[in-house]
Write a protein that binds this ligand. Structure first.
Ligand SMILES: [Zn+2]
Length: 264
């Protein structure tokens, strides 16, 4: 009975999600948690050192910070300066990343990952700057792997593709932010433990290629439901792809942190 009631509560979460930005908090924390388990001892020590002045103790603790800026009045300027760095929009029908066209002035997630990775690995920078860069890198690598964060410009990555989810109107981007992963009915900690049972894929590619993969997924993997209806079958069908993207993001985040922070 308790299981049933808990299940109902979780179902309510699945079908009436807070419309989040980017992977919802769970997706971001799962990516961060999986990555942290893959850090070298040297990189892990550097992460701990950079986080030490704050109350945060793990990558999962800081994984949603870049989104949380939006709701923090004291951080309005930083949010405004970084809000376009959570995504990249491609020009249809291809998925070829062309920086001048797709990322003018470096204002997209591909460029942001490179910029903040560079700051993170630059020992001439202050620890404060590098700690901020760490927070952005952890967040933006996950965002780049949410397929609709690197989708097409014409519908703003699914934000203009209206769908019905359990009788309520929403848009496809929001469905991919939270309900697809939430349909597994696991808290983020348990979800990360579940995904950790299988070794993460080998990290490969560049931020531009990660975004191109996301774009191709939105084009080729039937992410867009023709009838605009999101039901349990759709969520179950899409979840393996979402989990694959989470696992790829984690492997690549860990590899980047080991590279930028693992040097003596
Ligand atoms: Zn985001």
């Amino acid at each position: 009975m308790l299981r049933f009631v808990l299940g109902l509560g979780l179902l309510a979460l699945v079908f009436f999600p807070v419309l989040a930005r980017a992977w919802g908090p769970s997706g971001h924390r799962i990516v961060a948690q999986l990555a942290e388990q893959r850090l070298s001892p040297a990189a892990h020590a550097q992460v701990q050192r950079l986080l030490a002045p704050t109350a945060d103790r793990s990558l999962a603790d800081v994984a949603t910070w870049a989104d949380d800026l939006r709701d923090d009045r004291s951080q309005r300027a930083l949010w405004r300066a970084t809000s376009t760095l959570h995504f990249v929009n491609f020009t249809s029908p291809g998925c070829h990343y062309d920086p001048p066209r797709d990322c003018p002035d470096g204002r997209c997630v591909v460029s942001a990952i490179k910029t903040y990775a560079r700051i993170l690995g630059d020992r001439s920078r202050s620890d404060w700057e590098r700690a901020v860069a760490l927070r952005f890198v952890v967040h933006f690598i996950a965002d780049a792997h949410q397929p609709l964060h690197a989708g097409y410009r014409h519908d703003r990555g699914g934000n203009r593709y209206q769908v019905q989810l359990n009788g309520r109107g929403t848009h496809l981007h929001a469905v991919w932010d939270t309900p697809v992963l939430a349909s597994r009915l696991l808290g983020w900690h348990a979800y990360a433990a579940e995904l950790a049972r299988t070794p993460l894929p080998v990290a490969r590619g560049t931020p531009a290629q990660w975004a191109e993969e996301s774009c191709r997924a939105t084009r080729d993997d039937n992410i867009y439901p023709r009838d605009h209806q999101i039901d349990a079958a759709y969520l179950a069908r899409m979840r393996p792809l979402a989990e694959q993207r989470v696992r790829e993001a984690a492997a690549r985040l860990a590899e980047l942190l080991n590279r930028e922070l693992g040097r003596r």
